[in-house]
Every structure is written in structure tokens, then in C-alpha cells.
Design a protein around this ligand. Structure first.
Ligand SMILES: *[C@@H]1O[C@H](CO)[C@@H](O)[C@H](O)[C@H]1NC(C)=O
Ligand SMILES: *[C@@H]1O[C@H](CO)[C@@H](O)[C@H](O)[C@H]1NC(C)=O
Ligand SMILES: *[C@@H]1O[C@H](CO)[C@@H](O)[C@H](O)[C@H]1NC(C)=O
Ligand SMILES: *[C@@H]1O[C@H](CO)[C@@H](O)[C@H](O)[C@H]1NC(C)=O
Ligand SMILES: *[C@@H]1O[C@H](CO)[C@@H](O)[C@H](O)[C@H]1NC(C)=O
Ligand SMILES: *[C@@H]1O[C@H](CO)[C@@H](O)[C@H](O)[C@H]1NC(C)=O
Ligand SMILES: *[C@@H]1O[C@H](CO)[C@@H](O)[C@H](O)[C@H]1NC(C)=O
Ligand SMILES: *[C@@H]1O[C@H](CO)[C@@H](O)[C@H](O)[C@H]1NC(C)=O
Length: 859
């Protein structure tokens, strides 16, 4: 009964305390409640979680004793407390046992701070406290954990730290502590974890350092200037993690390291002597070792051949030592190995095949050795980094490795005698992507060339770009495998790569029939649109958005090979076609801009002028003068009037109103159906192409000459479009462009790879266009008399060879000019489409030949 009554009273009393009371009355001076709320107020926190009105003991992070009067724990990390801690605040919490003020912006401690004699755990990590650490820290006689890491403490570590005999965790790392480590620290015999790393400590370790800490499991002295010897660390009976990296330890590595060790980092010191002095007996002791870094020392001798059974070893770095020339050490037993770095360790001979059985391997660095033979044949799923640069490896880079590249972060084959005759990549790409290319085969991949940009936050996109490039590389290889049998399936590659693109998410996402593209643009009106001839116009991506109604499908002109094309009016009434180069390029923004600017400077009456550009996030946008009268593909094959209204193979589809606008201008004049007109287009196109080949330096190979690349301007003058884009457009997709469009692929594209990519390939494609102009037929898909599965080229060439070219002439133009001229035009096309590139005339010659058959104005 008595208990019951008492209990009731307590509840009553408590209730009164917890009831909301006016702040002032709840914070009577000289109560913990007052000190704590004063602390928060003065440290810039106006209303801590829970509010001032409730009892302090119910505040988040505050714990009180059973009587709910005294604060015993204050755990408020990352609350934004800033400035110096004033006197008469937390320094007065006489019973405080645990204080965690980590990750705030505290700049100094008050004098009365050192009277917190009951403290067991103190965490001030991650603040801005500067100056010396007071010797008064010795007052904290019950302290078990002290974490002052990541501050700006300077001066020496106070000797008084030695009075903290119950200390188990001492973390002073990442400060500016100077001088030697005080010998008094040896009194802290209970230490389990000691981290003094990343300070400015100098001098040698106090004598007997190792033996002083029988319970020490974690010791980190890394990144100081400590002089020492491995012997100083002897006697650490319980040690699991030892890190003395980046100091000035010298002498041999002998007898120092206990069998229980799991992590041993001795890197970047001046250890000398034979590596066998490091007690490597994996079968016996050391079987716990998971991490061993001896890199950047001066160790000599042979790497021990007794790695044999280190089944737990995941990380092994022996790089940059002075080992003698030796064969590759056996790695068979290292079944858990994830990281192997033997860079610059004087290895000779071949890379053993057993390395490919290390299924967990993520990182392999064998750079700067004298290895010979073939590149390792790795197929581990986990491999992310491989560096075999600076060896004498020969042969081809194994395809098993090539297939992994898109999933990897880094690879370097430079400075070997390796070859990578990757037919799927364009010569241009290879030259850029590989160091030391020979004329025939490139050597040594430069990974940077496969990365669009070094933007760290775009790992996903990077991976995507890499995968896309690889998809195309693989597709290219596959294509080669099937090339002689099938030629038309590359379009599938394009479609699937577009689909990949859909997974990218960004602020602006645009959808067309075939593609989704994304402009990762944070602020549309801060991304400039460059109009070459009007540099003072202040146009931004936001203007492009409004000109194209946010790249609405209604403004879509075409789904071109490089991406969608939109139509719009920019401010100032500039009528433009906006071409989004959907796929990634290996060019940096700067390079792409320069390239586009160069293209913008190329002017010819038979070329569609590039008006400007915009680099919107990852997308490169080319802006062209709008061509009022459509393109040749539409005129010849897509018009409702056209006789051969068969399936549309083209990727370029025009909106209906487009067909009825410009194109009808041409039709209504009946122009299209005259030999004169067809000849004019042929000659103009030839002139444009000849200018690219012979009038530009360096000369430009168009790579995609076809009817839909020939546009007609307001004067119905033909103009070739899309020249030079392949470069801006990107690497891995090179081969897709190289293959040409269906029906336009020169024979050399099918089997030889891209080495053959020359101006003469353009000449072939021009020949096809010329055939189209004279016959009115499509390059593929139309019915060709006497020929099943044939194409325009084989059909016309067959007829010309038999001197029956006249039969191929488009009936619609037959009576609009002399047959002789049209037959002659077919003969020019015949020359252009010669099997051997060397047999084809140059474009200047073609221009000459076409001029010879120019219809006189009277005809
Ligand atoms: C101190 O706080 C930091 C950040 O809140 C934390 O990461 C660290 O582990 C703490 N130190 C100790 C010894 O608990
Ligand atoms: C750290 O302290 C030093 C002087 O001890 C001072 O020069 C430096 O600016 C301080 N750094 C920060 C980040 O407060
Ligand atoms: C050793 O400490 C340095 C500096 O703090 C750090 O960079 C390195 O990763 C540490 N080594 C291990 C094995 O943790
Ligand atoms: C390794 O330990 C085994 C078992 O204790 C012992 O037989 C062998 O001699 C040791 N080898 C070396 C190189 O110390
Ligand atoms: C291999 O170790 C060396 C020396 O420590 C280092 O410079 C290099 O970056 C390491 N390689 C990799 C791939 O981590
Ligand atoms: C590669 O081999 C050549 C010829 O045998 C030799 O001169 C060269 O030093 C070797 N390079 C390396 C890195 O071992
Ligand atoms: C590849 O290795 C070579 C030689 O070791 C080096 O010069 C080059 O910078 C490395 N390239 C990359 C991208 O790491
Ligand atoms: C490179 O390898 C080829 C064979 O793959 C060999 O003929 C040539 O001598 C090697 N060059 C060097 C410098 O070792």
C-alpha cells in the first residue's frame, strides 16, 4: 500500500514538472536545465527539438538520471552548434558522463570544461576547435573514449593524457598536433584503439611503445613524420589493424608483427632489407591477414613464394620496391584476392594463367615490369581496374577482356607491344583512344577517350556511355562475322541503343518516335546557344525549348541518323532546323564546341550551313539553316505523286504539312520531272561533296551521303547536310556511320573494317544518289526487273555493262532531255560505284564529267 501511495505522489510530482511551464520559471539558474538551454541558446540554437517548454530531460539527445534532475548524457551531433562554448553552460553539468558534440561548428572550449570529472565518453570530432589541447584533459580521470579527430588542434599532445589510465579509445587524428608522441602515453595501458594519423608528429616512438599496449587492437600512426623501426612495434599482442603508412620508418621489417594481424599497412616508408624478413608464413600464422600493403618502400630480394595459403588475403600491394628481377610469384592460393598491385616490382617472364582463376579480383596492377607474352585472359565478373602498361606484352588484347571494358572503371594497356585491331572502331577513334598507334594496329587503350567527361557524379551515365560504345563495338564485331552474308541488320543496333538511352533521367526529357533524349540542364536560361554569325544575340537553351515547344513532336522534322531534328524560329526570326545528336561523343564539350565551330566556318552554296550550336548537358545540339524545300528522299520517293509508293525504309519521316509546303513548290513547277532538274541536283551535290573533299583542310569525309542528306534551299539549289557530324557524334557509334545507310554501303565497308574509310567511299554513295536521280528508284526495296533480292546498284551496273542503260531511265523524265545524257549520267554512276575504291574517280572529276553532260538551256 505504502508503495502505491508513494508511486502516486511521484507521478503527481513528475506531472507537474512535465507540464508546460513558462520558460523562465523552468530554467532556474544553477539547474542543469538552465545550463543546457543557455548552452543551446548561446550556440545559436533557438528551439531544440521538443521545444523549450517541455522538461529538458525529454529533449532529443538529453538523458537525465532517475530523478530527472541531472543531465548525464548530452548527445547532439550535427546540430549546427556554432562558435565558442561559453563558460557556465555545459561545463557546469557536474554529473555528465557522455558528451557528443561531434560534427558541429564549435571553435573553442570554455575554461570550466575541464571540471567535467565524471565524463566517460567525449566526442568533439568534426568541429573547428583550434589551439592547444589543455593539460587539464588529465582531470577526466574516468574517461574511456575521447575522440577529438577532425579539428584544428595544434601544439604537442599534452603529457597529461597519460593520467587517463582507463582510456580505451583515443582518437586525435586529422589535426595539427606537433612534436613527438609523449612517453606518458605508455601509461594508457587499457588502450584498445589509438589513432594519431594525419598530424604533424615527428621524432621517434617512445621506447617500449609496443609492449605498453597489451590490449591494443587498432593502431594508426599513418601520415605523420614519425621515425621508427619495426622493433618499436613489437609486443602488440592483440593487434589486428596496424597502419604506419606515410612516415619515415626505416630498417628491416622484422619480428614486429603478430600473427593475429588482419590489416597491415606499412606503405610509403623507408623500410629496407630482404622482404623475406617479413614473417610470411601463411599456413601458420598470418592466416588472418586480409590486407597487406608494403608498397613504396625500399624492400629487396624475391617476393616470397609462400603466399600459398593466404586464403583470407583480399588486398595485396607490393608495388614500387627494389625487388630483384624475378618471375611472377605464385598466386594460386590467394582465392579471396580482390586487389593485387605488383606495379614496378621487377617482374619478368609471363603472367601465369592461374591469375584468371582469381574470381574475386577487382583490381590488377602489373604496370612497369618486364612482363612478356600475352595479356592476361581475365574473365572475372568483378574486374574493375586493369593496368598492364609499361611491359613488353605482345599479341592481341583478348576479347574476353574487351568484353569487360564497358563495365570497368579503368584500364591501361599503354606502352606494350599489344594490338587491338578493333574493326568496330573508326580509325579516328582508335587514333585518339590508343597511345602509340602503329599504322596497322593501334596499341594501348587510353580509357579517358572512352569517358565522355570526368564528371564524377555521372558514374551511371558513364557506365551507360561505355556500355553503348561497347554494344556498338560488339555489334560491329558481330557484323563483321556475318558481314558477307547479311548487311541490313544494323538498324536493330541503333534502336536498342536508343532504348538504353531512355533509362537516363534528367531535368529535361524529350520523346520522339524512335528516341528519348535527355538534356541534363539545371537552368535552361543559363545554357547559351551560340549563333556563329550573330555572336551578340543572347539566345539560350530556354529559347530553343520555346522555339520547338519543348521539342514537341509537332515540331519534329525528321528522325535522322544522328538523332531527332526539330524545326523552330529563334528570337530574331531565324528559321532553323535543330538537330539533337542523341548519342554521346568522346569529345569533351570544349572539343565538340571547337569542332562545331570549325564546321560552322565551312561555307559553300551546295552545303547546308551550320548556323550554331548548343551544348545542353550531355547533348550536343547542332543548329542549321532551315531548308524550305525538303530533301531529295522526300522528293523522289516519299511524295504522294511518286509512282513507286512502296514501303518507306527511310528513317526520315516528315510531318504532313511539311510535305505539302515546300515540296509542292517544287512539284507545282513541274520541276521534279525534268532531266534538267535532276541534273542540277546531281551537279550541285557533286560540287558540295568535292568542296568537302578537296576544298577543306583537313579534308572532310562525309560518311553518310544519301538522298535524305541532300536538301533543297529556297532557290531549289541542292545542299548537302550533316557533313562532319560523325566526329562530333561520337566514337563507339563510328562503325554504325561507317557502315552507311542501307543501299548506300560501299563494298569495302562490309568486310575490311573502317581502315578503308576514305573520300572514295563518299564517291560510291554519290554514285548511288546519281542512279536514284536518273532512275527514280530507291537504292533498295524497289522491284528490279530480272533480279531477285538485288539492289539499285547491281541492277543499273548490270544494264550499263550490257550497254542497256537506257532501260533504267526514269520514264517520268525520259522525254525531258536527250537519252544520251541520261545514259552518260548512268555511266558516271557506274564509275563511282566501282568495286575497288581506287577505280572510282575523285569528286572533282565527277563534277567535270557531269558538267560535260549539262543540258543546254534550250533543251
Ligand atoms: C564520434 O562521432 C563521430 C561522428 O558523429 C563518429 O563517426 C565517431 O565514431 C565517434 N567517435 C567515437 C569514438 O565513438
Ligand atoms: C588551423 O589553425 C592554424 C593555426 O594554428 C590556422 O592558421 C588555420 O587557419 C586554422 N585552420 C582552420 C581551418 O581553422
Ligand atoms: C592508413 O591510414 C591512411 C591515412 O589515414 C589511410 O589513407 C589508409 O587508407 C590507411 N590504411 C588502411 C589499410 O586503412
Ligand atoms: C611455417 O609454419 C609451419 C607450421 O608451423 C612450419 O612447419 C614451417 O616451417 C613454417 N615456414 C616458415 C617459412 O617459417
Ligand atoms: C599500385 O600501387 C602504387 C604504389 O602505391 C600506386 O601508385 C598505384 O596507384 C596502385 N595502383 C592502383 C591501380 O591502385
Ligand atoms: C622490352 O623488350 C625490349 C627488347 O627485348 C627491351 O629493349 C626493353 O627494355 C623491354 N622493355 C621492358 C619494359 O622490359
Ligand atoms: C597508362 O599508363 C602509362 C604508363 O604507365 C601512363 O603514362 C598513362 O598516364 C596511363 N594512362 C592512364 C589513363 O592512366
Ligand atoms: C612486337 O611484336 C611483334 C609480334 O607480335 C614482333 O614481331 C615485334 O618484334 C615486337 N616488337 C618489339 C619492340 O618487341
Amino acid at each position: 500500500m505504502g508503495f502505491g501511495v508513494l508511486g502516486c505522489c511521484c507521478v503527481l510530482v513528475l506531472t507537474i514538472f512535465i507540464q508546460p511551464l513558462p520558460p523562465v520559471s523552468s530554467q532556474q539558474p544553477n539547474t542543469d536545465e538552465f545550463y543546457v538551454s543557455d548552452f543551446f541558446t548561446k550556440m545559436g540554437i533557438s528551439s531544440p527539438t521538443g521545444g523549450f517548454r517541455t522538461s529538458i530531460c525529454s529533449w532529443t539527445g538529453v538523458s537525465c538520471d532517475d530523478r530527472q534532475e541531472t543531465v548525464i548524457k548530452l548527445i547532439v551531433p550535427g546540430l549546427g552548434l556554432s562558435g565558442p562554448i561559453p563558460d557556465n553552460t555545459i561545463g557546469k553539468l557536474s554529473k555528465l558522463q557522455e558528451l557528443d558534440l561531434s560534427k558541429n561548428v564549435i571553435t573553442s572550449l570554455p575554461l570550466d570544461f575541464w571540471s567535467l570529472g565524471s565524463l566517460r565518453s567525449l566526442n568533439l570530432s568534426g568541429n573547428h576547435i583550434s589551439g592547444a589541447l589543455s593539460n587539464n584533459v588529465g582531470n577526466f580521470g574516468s574517461l574511456e573514449n575521447i575522440d577529438l579527430s577532425d579539428n584544428n588542434f595544434s601544439s604537442e599532445i599534452p603529457a597529461a593524457i597519460g593520467s587517463l589510465e582507463t582510456l580505451r579509445v583515443l582518437r586525435l587524428n586529422n589535426n595539427g598536433f606537433q612534436g613527438t608522441i609523449p612517453a606518458d602515453i605508455l601509461n594508457c595501458r587499457s588502450l584498445v584503439s589509438l589513432d594519431l594519423s594525419a598530424n604533424l608528429l615527428t621524432g621517434s616512438l617512445p621506447a617500449g611503445f609496443g609492449a605498453a599496449f597489451p590490449y591494443l587492437r587498432i593502431l594508426n600512426l599513418a601520415d605523420n613524420h614519425i621515425h621508427g623501426r619495426s622493433m618499436d612495434l613489437g609486443g602488440l599482442k592483440s593487434i589486428l589493424v596496424l597502419n604506419i603508412s606515410r612516415n619515415a620508418f626505416q630498417g628491416s621489417v622484422i619480428g614486429a608483427f603478430h600473427d593475429t594481424m588482419e590489416v597491415l599497412d606499412l606503405s610509403r616508408n623507408q623500410f629496407q632489407g630482404h622482404i623475406s624478413q617479413v614473417h610470411f608464413n601463411w599456413t601458420d600464422g598470418w592466416s588472418h591477414l586480409a590486407y597487406l600493403d608494403l608498397s613504396e618502400n625500399e624492400l629487396s630480394g624475391d617476393i616470397l613464394h609462400s603466399f600459398g595459403e593466404a586464403r583470407n588475403l583480399r588486398y595485396l600491394n607490393l608495388a614500387h620496391n627494389r625487388f630483384s628481377r624475378q618471375e611472377f610469384p605464385p598466386v594460386r592460393g590467394l582465392s579471396s584476392l580482390e586487389y593485387l598491385n605488383l606495379s614496378s616490382t621487377s617482374l619478368t617472364g609471363r603472367i601465369p594463367g592461374e591469375i584468371m582463376r582469381l574470381g574475386s579480383l577487382e583490381m590488377l596492377d602489373l604496370s612497369d615490369n618486364h612482363l612478356i607474352g600475352e595479356a592476361p585472359f581475365l574473365h572475372g565478373r568483378n574486374l574493375k581496374v586493369i593496368d598492364v602498361s609499361g611491359n613488353n606484352l605482345t599479341g592481341e588484347i583478348p576479347t574476353s577482356l574487351l568484353e569487360r571494358l564497358p563495365f570497368m572503371e579503368k584500364y591501361n594497356f599503354s606502352y606494350n607491344n599489344l594490338t587491338l585491331c578493333a574493326d568496330g572502331l573508326s580509325t579516328e577513334t582508335l587514333r585518339k583512344a590508343f597511345f602509340g598507334s602503329t599504322d596497322t594496329c593501334p596499341v594501348a587503350a587510353d580509357p579517358r577517350m572512352f569517358k565522355r567527361r570526368s564528371d564524377k557524379n555521372k558514374g551511371l551515365k558513364l557506365a551507360l556511355v561505355l556500355s553503348l560504345s561497347m554494344i556498338c563495338l560488339l555489334a560491329g564485331l558481330l557484323f563483321l562475322a556475318f558481314c558477307c552474308r547479311r548487311r541490313t541488320h544494323l538498324w536493330a543496333v541503333k534502336q536498342s541503343s536508343y532504348r538504353e538511352e531512355e533509362q537516363i533521367s534528367g531535368p529535361f526529357s524529350f520523346q520522339t518516335d524512335l528516341t528519348t533524349w535527355v538534356a541534363d540542364v539545371k537552368q535552361a536560361n543559363s545554357v547559351p546557344v551560340v549563333i556563329f554569325e550573330k555572336p551578340l544575340l543572347n539566345i539560350t537553351f530556354a529559347d530553343l525549348l520555346s522555339a520547338t515547344s519543348n521539342f514537341d513532336r509537332g515540331t519534329l522534322l525528321a528522325e535522322g541518323k544522328f538523332g531527332p531534328v526539330y524545326r523552330g524560329f529563334l528570337p530574331g526570326g531565324i528559321h532553323v532546323a535543330v538537330k539533337v545528336l542523341v548519342h554521346g561523343s568522346t569529345l569533351t564539350d570544349h572539343e565538340a564546341a571547337r569542332e562545331l565551330e570549325y564546321l560552322g566556318g565551312i561555307k559553300h552554296p551546295n552545303l547546308v550551313p551550320l548556323t550554331g550550336h548548343c551544348l545542353a548537358g550531355d547533348q550536343r545540339i547542332a543548329i542549321y539553316d532551315y531548308m524550305e524545300n525538303g530533301n531529295l528522299q522526300n522528293l523522289l520517293h516519299d511524295l504522294p505523286l511518286a509512282v513507286h509508293a512502296t514501303e518507306d525504309w527511310s528513317t526520315d519521316t516528315w510531318e504532313d504539312d511539311e510535305k505539302n509546303n515546300g515540296i509542292q513548290n517544287v512539284c507545282s513547277e513541274g520541276l521534279l520531272w525534268t532531266w534538267r532538274f535532276r541534273h542540277k541536283i546531281a551537279l550541285g551535290t557533286a560540287r558540295g561533296l568535292a568542296f568537302l573533299h578537296h576544298g577543306c583542310f583537313p579534308s572532310i569525309v562525309h560518311r553518310d551521303v544519301k538522298a535524305s542528306s541532300v536538301y533543297l534551299d529556297h532557290n531549289i539549289e541542292p545542299r548537302l547536310s550533316d557533313f562532319g557530324l560523325a566526329k562530333v557524334f561520337g566514337s563507339g557509334f563510328g562503325e554504325e556511320i561507317v557502315r552507311g545507310s542501307p543501299g548506300y554501303s560501299p563494298p569495302e565497308f562490309s568486310c575490311l573494317g573502317d581502315k578503308s574509310l576514305t573520300a572514295k567511299s563518299d564517291v560510291y554513295c554519290f554514285g548511288v544518289v546519281l542512279f536514284e536521280l536518273v532512275t527514280g528508284k530507291k537504292p533498295t526495296g524497289d522491284d528490279y526487273p530480272d533480279e531477285k533480292g538485288g539492289n539499285l546498284v547491281s541492277w543499273v551496273r548490270g544494264l550499263v555493262r550490257k550497254n542497256q542503260g537506257a532501260m533504267a531511265i526514269d520514264p517520268k523524265i525520259r522525254d525531258t532531255g536527250p537519252d544520251k545524257q541520261m545514259e552518260e549520267a548512268l555511266k558516271i554512276g557506274y564509275l563511282c560505284t566501282a568495286e575497288l575504291p581506287s577505280k572510282r574517280p575523285g569528286m572533282q572529276q565527277v563534277v567535270g564529267l557531269l558538267k560535260d553532260i549539262e543540258p543546254s538551256s534550250s533543251s
